[in-house]
Design a protein around this ligand. Sequence first.
Ligand SMILES: Cc1ncc(COP(=O)(O)O)c(C=O)c1O
Length: 396
Amino acid sequence: MRSRIRYPIAYADWSAREYGAIARCVLTGRVHDGPAPALLAQRLQAMYAPSQVHLLNYAHHGIEMALGMFARQCPARREVIVPAYICPSVPQAVLAAGLQARYVDVGDDLNLSLEAVRLSIGPDTLAVIAPHMYGCPAPIELIEAICGEAGIFLIDDAAQVVGVRVSGRLLGTFGDVGVISFAQSKAVVTGIRGSGGVLLVNRAQWAAEAATLCATLPPATGRLGALADFLWSYVGQAYTGHSGYYIDRVLKLLNVRQRSHGGATRISNMEAAVALVQMARLELMLQKRCHIVQAYSDALQSHTDLVFPQYAEGRYLARVMLQLPPGVDLAKTRSALRDLGVETRVGYAVPISAQGHASHASVLAERLLGMPTGSSWTKSDVASICAALQQVIVCS
Ligand SMILES: Cc1ncc(COP(=O)(O)O)c(C=O)c1O
């Protein structure tokens, strides 16, 4: 029997108001259709103007749509520059658009290395996808300038961050288009598996085509199953274990079939309603996260062999990813921490095809440990977590 998890990973920061919004949608039969998407679009439009806001079920469908538009304009160019350290749905979106991902290396902050981008641009390059990994801002102004000089398109991938500015401009509004995701572990969370995303159209040249593409999206379906899965697997996961088996059984008993959420759809009313609540709490959520990030940095002052590569004073981060010292076994560390009541997670795996020419990303990815970040935790909670980690490392 494993010990109780005292410090679980928080996949969402939800208050009673998010649950209230869900209950209202379910009780009024407005899970899929209703007024919330239009209200959310208005809210985001006011924030991101002059960029044009379109709501979808997934951010990566926004990337796929944008790449489709770029490729129709420049059909001879087939390569898209993508960081080697990346959420797998991004290169999948490149493939789905019929294009090829060209992986380039990242710096210590897990964002695209400017030098690697410069060296990778060639006659086949169509676009660059520049994420702000875990909310840590990439050098997006410089990337925008490089893309402008080279005459290639830029997707400002702000999937993991909402409301953070660089030089007065919101992340997501640089380049041709931007995207935001509302899936678990992002700044604004509405659930999992197609719970929401935003396509930001930043240049007028794409406005009409993007509006036409988004206007023809089908409505969302099957969102109650995804919500049940989210609540069980992610919110209650530390207590319930992983849901897959139980959720399947419960849904079968209730005669609710889990449908595929693969294709692009509109956002559901229920998930837009949750996003509206999250947007109303955004400032507070960002602040609380900044305090936890700061608490980790403070606690790590006395653990000099642990590196927090994305930290900067006052910076919001969607996740706290620490770099373990060389030679420390990641899996054993995680298991020992779990026995001490601390849940952790790993980073993204670097795609095999990227490993040859993205050596820094490969080295970093193998040593990254994702730490838990409860919004109500105190500095002393974080200090206990870091002390547990140090104890495990010393013993390994
Ligand atoms: C940097 C980045 N871009 C894009 C995505 C895709 O978001 P979605 O799951 O909403 O398609 C993710 C998801 O984790 C991400 O981390």
